[in-house]
Every structure is written in structure tokens, then in C-alpha cells.
Design a protein around this ligand. Structure first.
Ligand SMILES: *Cc1c(COP(=O)(O)O)cnc(C)c1O
Ligand code: SF4
Length: 339
């Protein structure tokens, strides 16, 4: 029997592995990340930045990058950078006022009718521009007792109709824990909708398993799904297939992006991203102006530039393919459209 593993066979093995197995083989080290992409060793600053917010990249996402290109827009999102150590004026640990919106340890209530549940601090990938990179996540040690606080808050506030499962990434929870949580939420009569905010379909599409889909299908709550892709190369066949599993079962899928310098700050890239999304039946929802979180200063694109880009998108694309360009302002009653 021929035991030589060809690159093709290896990729088949990767695509069939479980999402948990793919997390276990994720890259967690700048040296290794650079080595597998044929790039020179990391700089001192890069290593220091990674010491405060570790590098984390599953191989399924790595496979979408171009080896040998230090400016690859996917790599830029995950490779630590000495520039993170420089904090421009106005960039802080809590840029969007999460602390003042906190109800208990896990619930954030900013907007009418919706509450956001921080399910876990874990993510499948560490995005360097993440606005929650300094968020004081509750310890993940305790098990289902965790939810009691938040569930009680939700039960007591009958203005809330929609719960957003966020994090971290809610799909880092195993199905059995998600199921317990969703059952408890479905028991609260005034809740109508469940929204899942997750980057996993982009990072590890294998996470969208038949059992997850049936779990989301079987709850009484109407389920909406919001993914997070920033670049057209993130919207590949694997993502399209993962999204189709949800959409074909009646779960609408939307996308939110962050406008990022050196990643998607040009009209060509954004237009292609939006087109690929609608070709995959995913609706572009928001294009976020970067939240001014300490460590992400080098990703900021001026609002004037963002407005120019939006004008091009409106000019080129069907109306439903144009996302809303928004910024989050501390204390505002909704995400604020930039126009
Ligand atoms: C962004 C956000 C929401 C959702 O806002 P939508 O405009 O409905 O997408 C809800 N709660 C919090 C705390 C948020 O930050
Ligand atoms: S997946 Fe979301 S929460 Fe996690 S690091 Fe990326 S942007 Fe932050």
C-alpha cells in the first residue's frame, strides 16, 4: 500500500477532521506561523505584541493565505505586529463602553429589544484588531451554572425580544452546552429571536455540522446567523457550503466586516467581497468603522476614506449588496450610520 501523503491527500484529511481536532492543530506561535508561510523570522516587537495577545490561527484559515507574502490581507489580520505596542491618542481598553453596558458578568444591554450574551472568551482565531481583546471575560472554569445570572436577567427584562450569542465566539462551545443554553433561553416567553455572531464558518467551516444545524432548527426561537468576513478570499467554496447548510434550512445568514487598513481599504476588494457574499446568498449587513481599541491603531482607515469607498460600492452593486457603514459610539442607542 502506498503510504506517501501527497499534499492533496493531506488537504482531504484536513477537510474531514472534526472542528475540535482542527483547533488542536492550530498555530499558536509567530515563529511557526512565519515558517509555514516561508517568511523570515518574527521581529522583537512582533513577539512582544504576541506575548500580550497570543497568535492563534487554525490551518483551515492558513490554507487561504498566500505563502511568501508578508502583506497578505488574511495574514495581516492574525499576525502580531510591533505597531500594536504604539497606542495612539483616543485608543483605549474599552472603546465601545462595554463596561457601562454590563448587566452581571455575561450580559451586555445597550440597545432596545436586544441583549448580547458573552458566552465564552474563546475564539477560533485571534484577530489583531479585535475590539474585545482587553475584555475581562469571566473564567470559563464553571459550567452551566454560568448561565444562571444572565438567564435570570433576561427573564426579568421583558423588553428583550432578541438574544445575541457572542463572545469570544459562541460556536467554540460544544453542541451539548449550546443546547442547554438555547433550551433555557427558549423557556423565556418574551424572547422571540436568537442571533448567533460567529467567525467559525469563515475560520473552520467544519464547525457547521448537521447536528449544530438541527439544534438551531429545532428551537422555538427564530434563528439568525451573522458571520464575519473581511476579504473576498475568505469567502471561498468551503464557506459557501457551510452557509448553504444554514440557509437551506431556513436560517438567514448575514455578514459583518471591519474596515481595515491594508486588508480591505480599497473599492475593488470591498466590491468583490460583497459580490462573493451575495453569490453565496449571504447578505452584507455592516461595514464597521474600526473600534478604537488599544493595539489596533495601525488598522484604522479615516472615515472620509470609508465614505469614498461606500460611494463606489453604491455605484457598482445592487442595493442589497451594499452594507451599512456604521460606527459604534459609546452611549448611543444603536450603531450609528456614517453618511
Ligand atoms: C452591536 C450590538 C448589538 C446588535 O446591534 P444590531 O444593530 O442589532 O446588529 C446588540 N448589543 C450590543 C451590546 C452590541 O454591541
Ligand atoms: S473572532 Fe471575533 S471576538 Fe474573536 S478575536 Fe476575532 S474579532 Fe475578536
Amino acid at each position: 500500500m502506498n503510504l506517501i501523503v501527497t499534499p492533496q491527500r493531506e488537504s482531504v484529511a484536513v477537510s474531514r477532521a472534526s472542528w475540535q481536532a482542527l483547533m488542536r492543530t492550530a498555530i499558536r506561535d509567530s515563529h511557526q506561523l512565519r515558517r509555514v508561510l516561508d517568511l523570515p523570522p518574527p521581529t522583537e516587537g512582533e513577539l512582544r505584541a504576541a506575548a500580550s495577545f497570543p497568535v492563534l490561527v487554525p490551518r483551515t484559515y492558513l490554507a487561504k493565505m498566500r505563502p511568501g507574502d508578508p502583506a497578505d490581507p488574511l495574514l495581516r489580520q492574525v499576525l502580531s505586529d510591533g505597531a500594536e505596542l504604539v497606542v495612539p491618542k483616543g485608543f483605549t481598553g474599552d472603546p465601545v463602553g462595554d463596561e457601562q453596558a454590563r448587566r452581571g458578568t455575561r450580559l451586555l444591554k445597550k440597545y432596545n429589544g436586544r441583549a448580547l450574551l458573552v458566552t465564552t472568551g474563546a475564539c477560533a482565531v485571534h484577530c489583531r484588531y479585535c475590539f474585545r481583546r482587553h475584555f475581562p471575560y469571566p473564567s470559563s472554569r464553571s459550567q452551566d451554572g454560568d448561565w444562571e445570572d444572565a438567564v435570570q436577567e433576561l427573564r426579568d427584562d421583558d423588553t428583550v425580544k432578541e438574544v445575541i450569542l457572542s463572545g469570544g465566539d459562541p460556536l467554540m462551545l460544544v453542541d451539548s452546552r449550546l443546547e442547554t443554553l438555547i433550551e433555557r433561553l427558549a423557556d423565556i416567553d418574551h424572547l422571540k429571536r436568537l442571533r448567533i455572531h460567529s467567525r467559525l464558518p469563515v475560520i473552520i467551516p467544519q464547525r457547521i455540522t448537521p447536528s449544530l444545524v438541527s439544534l438551531l432548527r429545532s428551537t422555538r426561537l427564530t434563528c439568525w446567523f451573522v458571520i464575519h468576513a473581511n476579504h473576498p478570499r475568505e469567502v471561498d467554496d468551503a464557506l459557501e457550503m457551510a452557509a448553504a447548510k444554514l440557509i437551506d434550512e431556513g436560517i438567514p445568514v448575514l455578514n459583518q466586516s471591519v474596515l481595515l487598513w491594508g486588508v480591505n481599504d480599497d473599492a475593488e476588494t470591498l466590491a468583490e467581497l460583497c459580490e462573493r457574499l451575495i453569490d453565496a446568498r449571504i447578505a452584507p449587513y455592516y461595514l464597521h468603522q474600526l473600534d478604537r481599541v488599544a493595539g489596533a491603531g495601525h488598522f484604522e482607515v479615516p472615515v472620509e476614506r470609508g465614505l469614498e469607498l461606500m460611494a463606489v460600492l453604491r455605484d457598482r452593486l445592487p442595493g442589497y449588496a451594499v452594507p451599512q457603514y456604521v460606527r459604534e459610539i459609546r452611549g448611543a442607542a444603536h450603531k450609528v450610520p456614517l453618511a
